[in-house]
Design a protein. Sequence first.
Length: 458
Amino acid sequence: MNLGFTMTPRYLNSFLLVGVAACCAAGGCNSPTVAETATSRDAPSASGSASGTRRIAVVQPRRTNLERSTTQPAKIQAFERTPIYSKLTGYVEEIKVDIGDHVSSGQTLIELWVPELLDDLLRQEAHLAQAESAVKQAEAGVNGAKAMAQSAEAKVRQSQAGIGRAEGEHERWKAEIARMRELADRGSITSKLVDETQNQYRAAEAAKAEAEAAVLSAQATAEQAKANILQAEADLVAAQANVKVAQAERQRAQTMTEYLEIKAPFDGVITKRMVDTGHYVHPASGSTSTPLLVIDRIDRVRVFVDVPEMDAPWVTGGEEGDPALIHVQSLNGEPFSGRVARSGWALDYGNRSLRTEIDLPNEDGVLRPGMYATASILLEKRDEVLTLPITAIMRDGQQAACHVVAAGKVVRKPVQLGLRVDGLVEITGGVDKGDQVVRVDPASLSEGEAVETIPDRT
């Protein structure tokens, strides 16, 4: 019968499988299932042996290598990703890069046009030149004040010398008038000569007073000259301070003009571009601002892995961090080796996982940000440790124990546990390598109970 379609091999196989299943259901296939086989092999015999003693499967502790690992989805991101914004408000004059371009640190990406900044720089340069000229004038004023002070000191010394001469003349005519008066009293000279001598004495006395006044005047002039020096030096300090202010203002204007060229912060690749020539741009005003460009550093990449809570305490980062293998689906599962570099330490409150980062070198650029990957992290490794199946362990509160068969009797032994991996558990104390340990359901037995052992078949 033609049903209107052709049965492909895939549908044919499915049809045959359905038929076989139907035959087994109808015929009552009597082959034991995997679960039944495992039960008959591992579980204690319900009927026991011919003597009525229970037959128990036992296992001896074995030394083996245990490795605890976790395999989780991962995502690859750039080692650094920087959105590029403008520091200034102005127009885009030229864009020198586009998406996919590899750029170097310090390379110019965008040039802006803000002519008022250039005008401000010229104005600040003029202010600086003016301030430097004022310093030179102040230095000349200091030198002039010092010269005037030296001249005033010379006048003081000259005036002091004049006092000596005036005092000598005063003393001479003082003695002369005394002598003339004595001669006049004896009638040896006329009174006219006494009057003339008296006039000379008065003139000498006036000259002395004039010399003393000249000294005081010269000293006052010298003090004023010293004050002028201090004033000139203060003016020089103020002018030098103005130069520093002008230099700072000019440097600020120069710095602002350097923002006209937006440069790459590191070696990387331009991954986004949201600007064109002539756009009016302004500084970012918040987290929602759109960047002009986005640059990714790709010589190294970060692999982000969220490790579940049960494995989180085992994660170790740093130089001796846990080894990891990264499989990238789009690269045919090619593994990349690395180590856990760091973790967030605290678990995420939403999914109770630990954010873990693995750094990978990427000089050839094979790994691209945004790729999907799978990370396998080796959390712990124990070599040649004593192990038992986890089914052989029973717990009484916090105490772990197992049942050991000795001389046909069940003996309870407390044990200390270590690493647990894939149905095996590390035994750090309590049993020895040659002990016959009950393999399955030890809690169903009582201590001292007589049993017959079945050799381990695993």
